[in-house]
Design a protein around this ligand. Structure first.
Ligand SMILES: NC(=O)c1ccc[n+]([C@@H]2O[C@H](COP(=O)([O-])OP(=O)(O)OC[C@H]3O[C@@H](n4cnc5c(N)ncnc54)[C@H](OP(=O)(O)O)[C@@H]3O)[C@@H](O)[C@H]2O)c1
Length: 265
């Protein structure tokens, strides 16, 4: 896949992986449609990338009216979107007993329902040869007990990606699922609810940068991969979870049992 003169829509483009994707696709000569809630954050990215290459449309994707307004603006401004990158997402570090319904709903809406609805509404604009990219997480392949509900949202995105790829094959539209491990962004600071346990916060093995994630995404599209795991070593953990789930679940449970507990009553 070539990106020169292609139109690429990126959600969550104001920071982290989305911002790095904006830079990476711009370097390849793509025109960008960037969205996030923060107009200031988006404007900074536009200044970095170059105004001529960008259309900026702020939206809150947890708000169905805002999502619809966003889609309407996109469809009036462009007639074709070659690649949709569903990247906007938020973490939720909370054991089930501490997870408030509204917080879980916000997280599931942003991480799962928004990509589903956005993809559904934008599909008519994606031509043959186009692609949908879902930024998921290794947590969607390996459930992390201090991150159970977030893992569930990313597991849903993984299943959505696999099913959608089969659905869209007849239209010649590719679906790429990107599963990063620990990426050095503001993700942890922006996570919803509860405190991140020290034992988890200090576990920073195989940290990658948002730029590495963006490059892996571009490479994944070029090679028409179904799934990309960054760093690649994450495949070992994902494979182990499928082949020897007992060992991985025992190890994760052991880590979780060492975390502070909350009262069940
Ligand atoms: N960082 C990691 O370790 C890691 C690992 C695996 C997967 N991921 C996934 O990678 C994706 C990007 O995360 P990141 O690390 O780049 O985190 P980040 O720096 O916090 O970026 C999140 C992006 O989502 C946008 N966003 C948040 N709430 C939104 C809302 N309600 N409506 C629209 N946009 C919203 C934010 O912009 P505004 O605040 O301006 O709205 C921001 O641009 C997420 O899907 C995340 O789950 C991250």
């Amino acid at each position: 896949m070539q990106f020169q003169k292609k139109t690429v829509l990126i959600t969550g483009a104001s920071s982290g992986i989305g911002r790095a994707c904006a830079h990476a696709f711009a370097r390849e000569g793509a025109h960008l449609i960037l969205t996030a809630r923060s107009s200031d954050g988006l404007r900074t990215v536009v200044e970095e990338v170059g105004e001529a290459q960008c259309t900026l449309i702020p939206a809150d994707l947890t708000d169905s009216r805002s999502l619809l307004t966003f889609v309407n603006r996109v469809t009036t401004e462009v007639s074709k979107i070659d690649i949709v990158v569903n990247n906007a997402g938020v973490g939720l570090y909370a054991p089930l007993l501490a997870a408030k319904y509204e917080t879980v709903r916000t997280m599931i809406t942003l991480n799962f329902l928004a990509p589903v609805e956005l993809t559904r509404r934008l599909l008519p604009l994606i031509p043959r040869g186009g692609a949908v990219v879902n930024i998921s997480s290794i947590a969607g392949k390996v459930p992390l007990p201090w991150f159970t509900l977030y893992s569930a949202s990313k597991s849903a995105i993984n299943a959505f990606s696999d099913g959608l790829r089969m659905e869209l094959d007849r239209f010649g539209i590719h679906v790429l699922c990107v599963c990063p491990g620990y990426v050095n962004t503001s993700f942890r600071d922006n996570s919803l609810g509860y405190e991140i346990p020290d034992q988890v916060a200090t576990r920073k093995h195989f940290v990658v940068t948002s730029e590495q994630c963006a490059e892996a995404t571009i490479e994944g599209l070029r090679l028409a991969k179904k799934t990309v795991v960054v760093p690649k070593i994450g495949w070992i953990l994902a494979a182990l979870t499928r082949i020897l789930p007992g060992i991985v679940f025992w190890y994760m449970t052991k880590i979780n049992n060492s975390l502070p507990s909350i009262n069940r009553r």
